[in-house]
Design a protein around this ligand. Sequence first.
Ligand SMILES: [Zn+2]
Length: 439
Amino acid sequence: MAIVFWSSHDVFGFRFLLLLTVMYGLMSMLTHSVIYMKFVTPLDHHAPLDRFSEARTVEHVRMLSEEIDGRQEGRPGLKKAAEYIKGQLEIIKDRASSNLRVEIQENNVSGSFNMLFLGHNIALGYRNHTNIVMRISSVDSKDTDPSVLINGHFDSPLGSPGAGDCGSCVGSMLEIARLIVDSGWVPYHPVIFLFNGAEELFMLGSHGFMKTHKWRDTIGAFINVEASGTGGPDLLCQSGPTSWPSDVYAKAAIYPMANSAAQDVFPVIPGDTDYRIFSEDYGNIPGLDIIFLLGGYFYHTSYDTIDRLIPGSIQARGENLFSIIKTFTNSSELKSTYLTNSIGVTANAFNDERAIFSDYFSWFMMFYSRRVATILHSIPVFVFLFMSFMRGRSHSWSAVFFDFMKGFLFYAFGTTLAIVMPVAFSILRLQFSTQAMNW
Ligand SMILES: [Zn+2]
């Protein structure tokens, strides 16, 4: 048997390694609990009526994904889903107090358009797609008042029950509509709910709304809710065209889940949402694109079922949405789109490009403009040069430059690893698990 003598250096090294293991272990546990919404308590059916309840929302999801079969164009399920949504809205309307005006419409939209999708030019023509629209406003509001739109689709892709995509969106919108009515809140500006019936077929429902609806010109801000999974972080994936929507999000979100890097990456992802119709293709409306990310391997498959929704996710989504809607409707920036397009609503502090933001474990948001970022992100360079200068002449400038380049390369290497490692692990996971997809 060999006896190993450890030098004091070895002991120090071992302790340091142990400390790193414990630290990264704890950080992983914390990240896991944040991502799986362990810190959010879902409210049940008996929750007070002035609170958003996940259980009440999931009941809508159950109706849409289990009781109704197949929510695709051409199948009876889609019509049944539209009837269910309209029925629920009528119930909500009946409960509304006399200081609220609640309007419900069923619109059949038809149209045609050209779209550039993943580098391909696609021509689309469609007829008689059903949208359900609801507008909640104060009794003294006018038809032309600037409004806030919240959009979600109730159709689902072929073969998928669509509990996450996008039963969870429709359920949340129904619960929020109920919450507005039951909480006694009178929106300062009208709130429009668009339950659109054709998103999976290249965003036809939202196109139909933007081309034909009389309220389209009144929309001053929008929120698009989507799902490319069954819960987890309800990530703010796109925002724009200015930094105003993300600023509203940063101020309002109860559980902020946002990172400006996500919208830099989004254009590379082979997919699109209704966001582009409202904000880019058929309007220049400031808005947010909020998407469930976890459980991507169930997305658009027969596994997108109600039992796979991650508890707590819908609760966090609902509380966020209600608070964001309130902040949008109270915001002085909210003007109708025709004003936005003609005089420029954001000809103020927000006239710069998109801002830099990130949440910290969903506890709070860091948010600053690009100009601040330029200064803030340059500080380390100046600190480095200052420290080198303070060290005096013993340190030559060539050595300073060498150190600087070394640090820069380390950083670049670290960033590359941060991209390569997750991709490598997700490929490995596909090899050794039965899951067909990985985000
Ligand atoms: Zn979807």
